[in-house]
Design a binder for this molecule. Structure first.
Ligand code: SF4
Ligand code: SF4
Ligand code: SF4
Length: 179
């Protein structure tokens, strides 16, 4: 079984926000909300200062607290690639998943259900990359099967230094950042 993930090269990301705009358009994300965003982090002290620019979204955790905390089963792990999704018809808008997500990746859609990044499953099932990955002008984002050692994402992880966000939270993120 595949486990879908993203590998994002922070050295190539210029913070242009094309991924953010593409997601809003592709997924009809309502005004005032975002499924992805840019974070800028500065490490070190002058004169050896380094800046990391990251395109962030739901980490599609392999151990997802949002799923475990959902009282109705609306938040679930999909058969295809282990993508964490919300069945909006089953969501009662209780926000338990929002409280349990360490990445602040979810929001309540104005129509009353929890919403977040879906890894663009509608595109992936049609053989395309997620919208944010497809539009990136620097090609810093890669999508694929983390369980396949021959996939481009696995090869990048095998050959480059990388990290995930808040590994101490025990969520096993499926998004990795090349440094
Ligand atoms: Fe759930 Fe948050 Fe993990 Fe996404 S990042 S799978 S919303 S806990
Ligand atoms: Fe589940 Fe919806 Fe409540 Fe989130 S807001 S925990 S998806 S019922
Ligand atoms: Fe948005 Fe799709 Fe990218 Fe997720 S994978 S941030 S839903 S464009």
């Amino acid at each position: 079984m595949a486990r879908f993930g993203m590998v994002i090269d922070t050295a190539k990301c210029v913070g242009c926000m094309d991924c953010v705009v593409a997601c809003k358009t592709e997924n009809n994300v309502p005004e005032g909300f975002n499924r992805d965003w840019i974070t800028t982090e500065v490490h070190g002290t002058f004169p050896t200062v380094q800046m990391e620019i990251r395109s962030e979204r739901c980490n599609q955790c392999a151990t997802p607290p949002c799923v475990y905390s959902c009282p109705t089963g609306a938040s679930h792990v999909h058969d295809v690639g282990g993508i964490v999704l919300v069945t909006k018809e089953e969501c009662i808008g209780c926000k338990a998943c929002i409280a349990s997500c360490p990445y602040d990746a979810r929001f309540i859609h104005p129509e009353g259900y929890a919403d977040k990044c879906t890894f663009c499953i509608h595109r992936v099932e049609a053989g395309m990359d997620p919208a944010c990955v497809a539009v990136c002008p620097t090609h810093c984002m890669h999508f694929g099967d983390l369980d396949d050692p021959n996939s481009p994402v696995s090869k990048l992880l095998a050959s480059r230094k990388h990290h995930s966000l808040m590994p101490e939270a025990g969520t096993q993120p499926s998004i990795f950042y090349l440094t």
